[in-house]
Ligand binder design. Sequence first.
Ligand code: ADP
Ligand code: MG
Length: 279
Amino acid sequence: MTKVIAIAHEKGGVGKTTTVINLGIGLARQGKNVLLLDADPQGDLTKCLGVKDPKALRHTIATCMDHLIAHGEEDDPPDFAYTDAIRQHDEGVDFIPANAGLAATEVTLVNSMSRETVLRQYLDVVKQEYDYVLIDCRPSLGLTVINALTAADSVIIPVQAHILAAQDMDALFKTIGRVRRQLNPRLQVDGICMTMVDARTNLARTTVKAIRENYGSLVRVFQSEIPFAIRAAEVPEKGQSIYAYDPNGRVAKAYEALTKEVMALGNREHEKAQDYHAR
Ligand code: ADP
Ligand code: MG
């Protein structure tokens, strides 16, 4: 069974893309089949995975969604291979790139028939091959993010260890609640992941404590905290994961630990489902 996880936060710069890459490649290193989906018109995930010029790509998540928007309701849609957009990264994950075309697609979505479910329709076609699909959301709560939450089984929320972070999540939780009520009742919050934690500063320690106190009773806050490290800030331009760039560093260790926590969740859910069927 495939688990689709949206990595979401309304704000930019909180570590979404970094988490998608290093959790995704972390899962692949544990033997899982993984698809990473860039759902941000900035194409950061695409660039971080080594695509030099996303503008020049012929097939992206946007072209696939455009095709579904135009022809999804037809009985006999024109030929189009939805898997054409899927690319391979040499650290063992597949990915679907994005570029600025996705911003235009979001505008088209507004007037389309099934405007919240286009991404889900797309993933229903391609996801069977994979154990995990991770969606890198754009920093907004607009229609593309609604599509991601509608397509997802769960959400992971990266939160930068910064004093304002604790106040920023209310809108996201409201949106998740709305999507769950109206579009996708199975959507769960897997948890909050603290990122860029600079353990030497009081500010970071206070924020982590505040998040654990304010949100810990409502949702899981993952035990693994991702430390702030210059090597992690350098890695985007290398087209690699942190495991390849700085294998013995603290950030690689932390993402490996997060990967194991996320896999343990999956296993528990799987066990629950088996218990249920065994009864
Ligand atoms: P988002 O996708 O939420 O905008 P990114 O993953 O792109 O966030 O991270 C924002 C910036 O912070 C990027 O330049 C990234 O390289 C850097 N960064 C991410 N994680 C870390 C970390 N653990 N330590 C230092 N810098 C980091
Ligand atoms: Mg990003």
